[in-house]
Design a protein around this ligand. Sequence first.
Ligand SMILES: Cc1ncc(COP(=O)(O)O)c(C=O)c1O
Length: 457
Amino acid sequence: MHKIDIDLIEMTMDVMKYAIDRISATKRNIGKPKKEEELKALVGETITSEGIGGEYTFNLWKEHLMKATVPVDHPRNLAFVPAAPSRAAVMFDLVTSASSIHGAYWMEGAGGIFCENEAMRWIVSLTGMPQGAFGVFTSGGTAANLSAIIAAREYWRRIDPDHNSLKGLIITSIGAHSSVKAMAKVIDADILLVDTEDSLKAEDLQKTINNLTPLQRVRLFAVVGTGGTTNAGIIDDLDGIATICEKEHLWFHVDAAYGGGALVADSVRHLFNGIERADSITIDPHKWMFSPYDCGAIIYKKPELAKQAHVQDGSYLDIFKDEGAIGFNPTDYQIQLTRRVRGLPLWFSLATHGTNRYKEAVERGLELAQIAGKMIGENPIVELVREPSLSCVLYRRIGWKPEDYTNWTYKNHEKGFALVTPTKYKNGDTFETVSRFCFINPDTTEDDIQQILDSMM
Ligand SMILES: Cc1ncc(COP(=O)(O)O)c(C=O)c1O
């Protein structure tokens, strides 16, 4: 065998061993971030004209670089929206990479896109959207929200050419995720925020619409409701908002990037009633559907409206739309052309475990939030800011100032013990700094929660 082949095989084995160790590990370490100069001093020049060799480079990764990261699937990583990709999904992420599939067009990616569509059908079934609704996997919630907003804006312009010269306007609430506001900026639309961090109510939305100037009303093309705010797990009045959107002829988008996973959980499914009436829904499998990064999803009630907005034309692409290549082309329904078949790990994991396991794992996250709420209620040094909602728990450490929360976060992080970060919650007219848990990982234990609360002593 040629030497380079032996090297390649050895390197492949090393990488596989690392992956096997990582996938089968029952304990994870929270890495410590280092400054860029420190990392540079540790690893030296890595990009050189001759290369530094796979084995050496891989050792740099294992010895220094990996250790400067925080695994999102650590059971005491309760910050932001963490993740807990199933082992089956992580395994199949490797298979996805090794299979080199172009996931834009059926002609090239049929087998992979078939699997994605199987998983997508399950997600769509959770929403209760009508027959014909369907979606595609995106790089995440931001890309999904952007794809939906573009589909909405293009539809609004198609139905009345006068809209072509107008800047669009979107209504959402201050509880909406930052990506909704950022993506409005990307498409140069204005955004009006209803001032509530609690559930966006139909009457508040109606009042906001009634108060628009006539020109603003013409510019208004969409309302974005949230199916589980990132900060507090709050679900807007989706049914009430749907009624208004139908009456006012507005596109109704639901951002359920975080909360959408909970659609599978019988205990909270009713809180999402009305989601089935949305024109589009964002759900991130890389949040609460146990997929590895990156995997978002955008679902449309009428996918053909998204296709009219997103299909790309080019003479070199014509072949993919030819009769001989007929099939579902995911690129036509979101902003990206070349794409990884990123729904494949979810499909494998769903097929392996069955959907009941998903239900149980999500219910556990919800249960952990209730357990944490109870533990906080019984602990004299802390108190709930509001009742747990979905898997989010906001609580205050009595007597702490904002800097105490920051110092505590850094201390726990530095020790490799936990990652729990502060947030702000709007109480009346003021924003209060508080602590926040977001439970995704079913391996988090009551003891983990207790230890974290004890560290606030
Ligand atoms: C409600 C909501 N929408 C959108 C996003 C953005 O998703 P992503 O980070 O996958 O782009 C998030 C991320 O936390 C979210 O919670």
